[in-house]
Write a protein that binds this ligand. Structure first.
Ligand code: GLP
Length: 241
């Protein structure tokens, strides 16, 4: 495990964006796993800036997002499709058919999970997976539970996640109750994993995840076992480490 300590959110975003841009420079046709939430916003802004300066080329990059809410169409501003279009895809030269986000509106939701998993394998797997950290230790939408999930699947969101994510919606009742998420197995198969965490509110769960027992009750704890795991976090998030 490599840990890069950043002074603040901007420093964390720049350091993590540098790691992603190095991946794109080394392998221009790489497969990136991408994440949503507020933490990666600064990274995407930085990548867009470098693209505009002609320092980055996304023309051969392929991406797979971690997750999507069930039932939200692409044009719903709270959907992860919309988030990715707004913050990255519409601002760089990525090819539309190289971009993948689970279809939360597919009526055959089981089939969607299966074909998403197959599409990742068909492109040779993920080279670098970006992750945020949920306040309850979740990664993607893999909630605390009694076993590590294997593949892309449907999940019932926990009350604490609905509560944490309601800030993006009018109120908690508008937050979808289910999501499609890559499984822990899907995430762990990525050749490299890059996690970003900021702020004192995540300090305790981050310490638990990285120094505590490896348990599905703290899904991110499995990252301790990944052979190429990098964390970029700010001083506040690392205050107990
Ligand atoms: C959501 C996403 C996760 C993300 C988490 C943390 O639940 N499904 O992928 O890591 O939120 O979000 P934030 O970065 O806003 O704290």
């Amino acid at each position: 495990m490599k840990i890069y300590r950043a002074h603040d959110y901007n420093d964390m975003s720049r350091k993590a964006a540098n790691i992603i841009s190095a991946q794109i420079i080394i392998k221009p046709n790489c497969v990136l796993g991408l994440a949503t939430g507020s933490t990666p916003l600064g990274i995407y802004a930085q990548l867009v800036e470098w693209y505009k300066k002609d320092d980055l080329d996304f023309s051969r990059v392929k991406t797979f997002n971690l997750d999507e809410y069930v039932g939200l169409p692409e044009d719903n501003p709270q959907s992860y499709h919309y988030f990715m279009n707004e913050n990255l895809f519409s601002k760089v030269n990525i090819e539309r058919n190289n971009v993948h986000v689970p279809e939360g509106t597919n009526e055959d939701i089981e089939g969607e999970c299966l074909s998403y998993e197959r599409a990742i394998d068909a492109l040779g797997g993920i080279d670098m997976q970006l992750l945020g950290l949920g306040p309850n230790g979740h990664i993607g939408f893999n909630e605390p539970g009694n076993c590590f999930t294997r593949k892309t699947h449907i999940v019932d969101l926990s009350e604490s996640t609905i509560e944490a994510n309601k800030r993006f919606f009018e109120d908690a009742s508008m937050v979808p109750r289910q999501a499609i998420t890559m499984g822990i197995g899907t995430i762990m198969k990525a050749r490299k994993i890059l996690m970003v965490v900021d702020g004192a509110k995540k300090a305790e769960v981050l310490m638990k995840a990285l120094t505590g027992e490896v348990t599905p009750e703290v899904p991110a704890s499995i990252l301790q076992l990944h052979p190429d795991f990098t964390l970029v976090a700010d001083d506040e998030a690392l205050k107990y480490m």
